[in-house]
Design a protein around this ligand. Structure first.
Ligand SMILES: [Zn+2]
Ligand SMILES: [Zn+2]
Length: 348
């Protein structure tokens, strides 16, 4: 076992450096994992732009949170894991004891423990995550598929929160990796009629390939509202998922849903931003407004089942592979150009 490794360290705004750092020491209950695939994520791009994330990461810090790899060392007292096993570990675990955990809202845990450091050769998995949110991979499952478990778990929970019913019409605004996963799951798990909504035709085409029934280009707000209404007998969709993360899109979302329907404001907006919502519309049309954050251990388990069965794969969402040394380039590219890139698999 080497005692040093290459790892990406976040120093601040748009400042990520590859450095030689000590391989993490592991304590009781912990695992050391050789990272085999780490996926880029919109959250990482946001953190890269802003230089920190109040809840998840404060620099200087190891960076990256969607990973799968091999167990290379096992701490004292670990049960159920052994050296050589292929695993996926989530990026957090709840305490199980606080007010929110006891009320079955562990995603809101007062002491949610986050783990970062996937953009590295090795990562330490803290004991609580080992115990609650780490799983052995079925032998057929590739590392980059397994690394999708975390974001997909957020999507599964986001759909659960809408109260979606079988056969509902679901509009998905924003067709990045998260929006595309919503399209996929709404179709495969709920046989929904899915309307994919985005600015670029290329994004809509990809959504159609993943199961969307139709696409609507986002242009002027009034045009979008009438385009969606025209496809839903003038009512609006049963469920609207906002997966863009812009205040204007949140404001628009409530106009695309039917009376009594549900909007999930899934896309996190920049801190400090505000929205203006049409109070009469919300009141007289009984619009249900939800916002979802993060995942739970149950959703991580369900997510792994879906990924293992091929319901969502890296073939749908990962369209680039790069070595660890290219991470700063990849993050810059995702921040400034995108070029149709969804997720990049970083292979340390
Ligand atoms: Zn993520
Ligand atoms: Zn808790």
């Amino acid at each position: 076992m080497p005692d040093r490794m290459r790892a990406a360290v976040l120093y601040g705004r748009e400042d990520v450096r590859l450095e030689s750092v000590p391989v993490p020491d592991i304590g009781p209950g912990e695992l050391l994992v050789r990272v085999r695939a780490a996926l880029t994520c919109g959250t990482d791009v946001k953190v890269f732009r802003r230089g920190y994330h109040a809840k998840m990461i404060v620099p200087p810090a190891l960076f990256g949170h969607e990973l799968a790899g091999d167990v290379t060392a096992v701490g004292h007292g670990v049960k159920g894991f052994a050296v050589g096993q292929r695993i996926v570990a989530a990026n957090s675990a709840p305490c199980g004891q606080c007010y929110f955990c006891r009320r079955s809202q562990p995603n809101l845990c007062e002491d949610l423990l986050f783990n970062n450091g996937a953009y590295a050769e090795f990562i330490r998995i803290p004991a609580r995550i080992v115990e609650k949110n780490t799983h052995i991979l079925p032998s057929h499952l590739r590392y980059e598929d397994a690394a999708l478990v975390e974001p997909l778990a957020c999507v599964l929970r986001g759909l659960d929160e809408t109260g979606i019913c079988h056969g509902d019409t679901v509009g998905v605004m924003g067709l990045g990796p998260i929006g595309l996963m919503f399209v996929r799951i709404a179709k495969s798990a709920f046989n929904a009629r899915v309307i994919a909504i985005a600015r670029r035709q290329s994004q809509i085409d990809q959504a159609l390939r993943l199961g969307a029934d139709e696409g609507v280009r986002m242009g002027e707000p009034d045009q979008l509202i009438s385009d969606v209404k025209a496809r839903t007998a003038s009512r609006g969709a049963d469920v609207i998922i906002e997966a863009i993360g812009h205040p204007e899109a949140w404001e628009l979302a409530v106009h695309l849903v039917r009376r009594g329907g549900t909007v999930n404001f899934f896309g996190g907006c920049a801190a400090g931003t505000k929205v203006g919502l049409d109070t009469s519309l919300l009141h007289y049309s009984e619009i249900n407004c939800k916002a979802s954050f993060h995942h739970t251990p149950e959703h991580i388990r369900r997510s792994l089942d879906i990924v293992a069965s091929g319901g969502v794969t890296a073939d749908h969402l990962v369209n680039r592979r790069e070595p660890l040394s290219r991470l700063p380039y990849v993050l810059n590219d995702l921040l400034y150009t995108r070029n149709g890139h969804l997720k990049t698999a970083i292979i340390p």
